[in-house]
Write a protein that binds this ligand. Structure first.
Ligand code: ADP
Length: 466
């Protein structure tokens, strides 16, 4: 995955919601585990302390009944039965000097805490303390207690078993945390993706609309109330825009329609004046110019009305099998004289035979308009190539030229009615050719795509279903 794509994903709402959901879930799980661990560790410590207090009281009562001299025999027996590495007993005088002790081989370096000793010797109750055992990975719990004789008894107990038990809990929790991370991320992603699915639909529809299909609507499915409200508002807004656009188009069509009759009449009058031949040379030129301008206006009005009819589906396009190789070939012959005159090379790549079901006259209009544009907007010495492609999914007619090209800002607008790029104002045209071609392609279930780079040329691809 490229860095840019990764950064884009990081900015998505699904990623952010998933991240926060997983983060909160993991932090809560860790906190819950920490509390659980502390409680367990305290219970274990308390249990050990209880056992040590019991051990101390038993030792004190043994020594009380049998005397301090019995210490070695009694305590050695006790230490050996528990394991000399697990427990030791030490008899100390009030100054901390060792009087007797069980086997201390495993407890080397475990000294006597003089502060604690002083407190216990002064008559305080038993004192418990945790100390490190030099050279061992675990600690020990030590208890000091005072005998009736004034001596101090010290009992040390290894905390190895407790450490093992708590370690086992930690080992169990690590994989558990990994499962929690995976589960919370998956759940978070699933929930966020579900919650935002409606917004994705709205975006998809908005993109479709920006590409021209104003009839599309977002399907209202059973989603969260907020998304449903957004979808409803979005669809209502589209209905309104559609209505307004329709109204605007109808007004334009009505004006165009109403203009046709007076223009035809003006043209008739000018033509009659011209045919009468009674006026002077200047008046005749004026009449001829008027006829020409009226012809242009009528052609423009008729094309606009034709586009409206095709878009509205009023004009029914009868369909036959159209031989595209022949159709493009004939259009080439039509433009060859102009191309030769301007030294533009015309190249045609096509299979031996390729036909498509469509309206012959309308398809001719597409080919003629696109070829005319390619020749018109290509400077002398350039090249115009047409490819006929029999693709698996559709038939494609591709018009490629080495001409002026279209800027990035103009490119999405060239299929609009009456749109002409500023750079083409010096060329003849009404800005309706591409709009008509696109309407015809749509009426055949296809579309036209344009790619262009200013100064390098343009490619128009007509896609028609088989
Ligand atoms: P026009 O009658 O002005 O050619 P079109 O609808 O055919 O109207 O084209 C709209 C505009 O798109 C043109 O005015 C021109 O600026 C631009 N255009 C169309 N085809 C090409 C092309 N092959 N090369 C450069 N610009 C083009």
């Amino acid at each position: 995955m490229s860095l840019r794509k990764a950064l884009e994903i990081r900015r998505t709402l699904v990623f952010r919601l998933t991240f926060w959901y997983a983060f909160v879930f993991i932090v809560s799980s860790l906190a819950a585990f920490a509390v659980f661990y502390i409680v367990i560790a305290n219970v274990v410590r308390e249990r050990t302390d209880q056992e040590m207090l019991r051990e101390l009281s038993e030792t004190v009562s043994i020594l009380k009944s049998k005397g301090d001299d019995s210490f070695r025999t009694e305590m050695d027996f006790e230490a050996e039965s528990e394991g000399v590495g697990n427990i030791f007993f030490r008899l100390l005088d009030p100054a901390g000097g060792e009087v007797a002790a069980t086997d201390m081989t495993a407890w080397k370096g475990v000294g006597v805490d003089s502060d604690v000793l002083a407190r216990v010797a002064a008559g305080g109750g038993p004192v418990l303390k945790t100390v490190a055992v030099p050279g061992k990975p675990y600690e020990a719990r030590i208890i000091y207690g005072r005998l009736e004789s004034g001596r101090i008894i010290e009992i040390g107990c290894s905390l190895e078993h407790d450490a093992d038990f708590l370690g086992a809990i930690q080992d169990m929790v690590m994989p558990g945390i990994l499962v929690v991370v995976a589960l919370s991320t998956l759940t978070g992603w699933f929930m966020a993706a579900r919650a935002l699915a409606g917004i994705k639909d709205v975006t998809r529809t908005a993109v479709d609309i920006s590409e021209g299909s104003l009839e599309k609507r977002v399907k209202v499915q059973a989603r969260g109330e907020e998304v449903k409200q957004l979808v409803d508002a979005f669809n209502r807004m589209l209905d309104r825009i559609h209505e307004l656009m329709k109204g605007l188009r109808e007004v334009t069509d009505d004006i165009a329609h109403d203009l046709r009759t007076p223009i035809t009449r003006i043209r008739g009058l000018a033509e009659a004046e011209l045919n009468a031949g009674k006026s002077g040379e200047e008046s005749n030129k004026l009449a001829a110019d008027t006829v020409e301008e009226c012809d242009n206006l009528l052609q423009m009005i008729n094309t606009m009305l034709e586009i409206s009819e095709i878009e509205a589906g009023i004009r029914v396009l009868s369909k036959t099998d159209v031989d595209l190789v022949q159709l493009v070939g004939e259009a080439f012959e039509l433009f060859r004289p102009i191309a030769d005159e301007r030294e533009i090379r015309l190249v045609f790549h096509a299979p031996d035979h390729l036909s498509v079901r469509g309206n012959m006259h309308s398809l001719q209009r597409i080919v003629v308009n696109l070829l005319e544009n390619a020749v018109k907007y290509t400077p002398e010495g350039g090249c115009v190539t047409v490819f006929l492609r029999d693709d698996e999914d559709a038939v494609r007619i591709i018009f490629r030229d080495t001409g002026a090209g279209i800027s990035e800002e103009d490119l999405p607008l060239v299929f609009n009615r009456l749109y002409r790029c500023d750079s083409s104002r010096s060329q003849p045209g009404f800005g309706l050719g591409l709009c008509l071609a696109s309407a015809v392609a749509c009426a055949h279930g296809g579309h036209i795509a344009a790619e262009s780079k200013l100064g390098e040329g343009s490619t128009f691809t007509v896609t028609l279903p088989r």
